[in-house]
Design a protein around this ligand. Structure first.
Ligand SMILES: [Zn+2]
Ligand SMILES: [Zn+2]
Length: 446
């Protein structure tokens, strides 16, 4: 097995010491955005750069995948997003990148520089989101185009600057974005390479309720408060849970009362206090929002107002439930469905459509019953057509490979033919059928 070099054996400053964007501010760049920009600065595919320059130095690459090549797929989706987190994976990447770039500030691009020692799971999205207006403005002013860490928090759903929902599907190909790009340029779709910025906001007002807007304003203020506090020393969340428990005792509030007050189930709340399970940042923020305190106030033991609010027994604002999330936007659904049916957009399966629209099958069936049937039919025909094209292409490739070998006087064995083609092609039954047919045609096989 290949011996993995540890960071202390790394060549020093093997990569450019690229300066991260807006480091030390609310708009701090995230670590994976930095990795992408580092690749582009070196004029190479960010994913190839990571696989060649970073992965070989990670001890975990052995444990996780057994081979570095498996990382290539993992880098496009969720597991790569953990590199922005506060767990051991992120720490290892930071150590390696810190040495390769000779930078000491890269920890500020991950959650460890923001939320301290809160358990690292469940705070970040699995795919990147973006604000098209931010991208368009940065391009217009010739500023760096990057992804702020703020956009990756699950709890942040709108752009704090433009008060519009963050996007998570490309408007052109409807696909989600890779975390570490294979190629493409900043601000361009990692799947279809088209520009993701837009200078005008086509979002219907129904998407943005006053409730969502005020919740999100508060969320961003609180995250900024946590980030600034993290700068003076890592946050210790044990104090938060201890002080919250003390607040409940002083207000003589029972678990059932806290459940009714916050809208968070007792069985979710209870494990927080013996630290057997730490909650997601989103749940902590929902609790604090309705209790009219910030997590930092509770952490510091400033709980007088918390006690008063709990004693009042009735929150002045309703708990943040799922209805505070954007509801299904029927106009957007209709527009996309008809674009698919008219052929302006590529056919997509019912699952893909629901994912893009953020609704379930039952909602699609309820609002667009006939269109749903046509969409499914169209996707089925499209799949069949793609299968036919794939088979025809395989047929042609096998044919060319066999004829080429035969002309050189080499026996066109399965193995030899396979060496001309993409891995695994000759495992397909139709490829083998073609191979036999051509051997018969050439009189090699009877
Ligand atoms: Zn924006
Ligand atoms: Zn796209």
């Amino acid at each position: 097995m290949k011996a993995f070099q540890r960071p202390n054996e790394l060549p020093r400053s093997r990569l450019y010491s690229l300066v991260p964007c807006e480091v030390g501010t609310l708009w701090t760049e995230c670590f994976t955005s930095y990795l992408n920009r580092l690749g582009w600065t070196h004029h190479v595919s960010p994913r190839a750069m990571v696989v060649q320059e970073v992965v070989p130095y990670l001890a975990k690459s052995q444990e996780i995948s057994g081979t570095t090549y498996r990382w290539i797929g993992a880098l496009s989706r969720g597991s790569a997003m953990n590199v922005n987190g506060a767990g051991s994976l992120a720490l290892e990447w930071l150590e390696v990148l810190g040495q390769l770039t000779q930078r000491s500030d890269l920890h500020l691009l991950t959650l460890s520089g923001w939320i301290g020692n809160l358990s690292s799971v469940g705070h970040l999205r699995t795919c990147p989101t973006w604000c098209p207006i931010c991208y368009a403005e940065w391009q217009e002013h010739e500023l760096c185009i990057y992804q702020p860490l703020l956009w990756l928090f699950k709890v942040v759903t709108i752009c704090p600057k433009h008060h519009r929902l963050l996007e998570n599907h490309c408007p052109h190909c409807q696909k989600q974005q890779s975390v570490i790009a294979l190629s493409t340029r900043p601000g361009h779709c990692t799947q279809c390479d088209r520009w993701l910025g837009s200078s005008h906001d086509g979002e219907p007002p129904s998407q943005m309720t006053e409730e969502l807007s005020s919740w999100q304003r508060w969320v961003v203020q609180v995250l900024e408060e946590l980030r600034v506090a993290s700068g003076t020393g890592a946050l210790q969340w044990e104090c938060f849970f201890t002080h919250l428990g003390q607040g409940m005792t002083r207000a003589t509030v029972t678990w059932d009362q806290l459940e009714r007050f916050t809208g968070i189930k007792k069985h979710v709340l209870l494990p927080w206090f013996d630290l057997s399970k730490t909650p997601s940042l989103e749940t902590i923020l929902k609790l604090c929002y309705v209790c009219e305190v910030t997590p930092l106030q509770v952490m510091k033991g400033e709980i007088t107002s918390l006690v008063e609010v709990l004693q009042r027994g009735r929150p002045s604002q309703p708990p943040i439930h799922r209805h505070a999330r954007p509801t299904v936007d029927l106009d957007r659904c209709r527009e996309l469905i008809y674009a698919v049916l008219d052929g302006r957009e590529k056919p997509m399966s019912q699952n893909q459509l629901c994912k893009v629209l953020g609704c379930g099958h039952h909602k699609l069936q309820h609002f667009f019953p006939e269109e749903r049937t046509s969409i499914i039919q169209k996707a089925r025909e499209y799949r069949k057509q793609q299968d036919r094209q794939r088979i025809a292409k395989t047929h042609e490739q096998v044919r060319q490979a066999v004829f080429s070998l035969h002309a050189q006087g080499i026996y066109p064995s399965l193995h030899k033919v396979q060496s001309f083609l993409l891995a695994g092609v000759m495992l397909q039954p139709e490829a083998r059928e073609t191979w036999h047919a051509i051997l018969r045609e050439l009189g090699i096989e009877s």
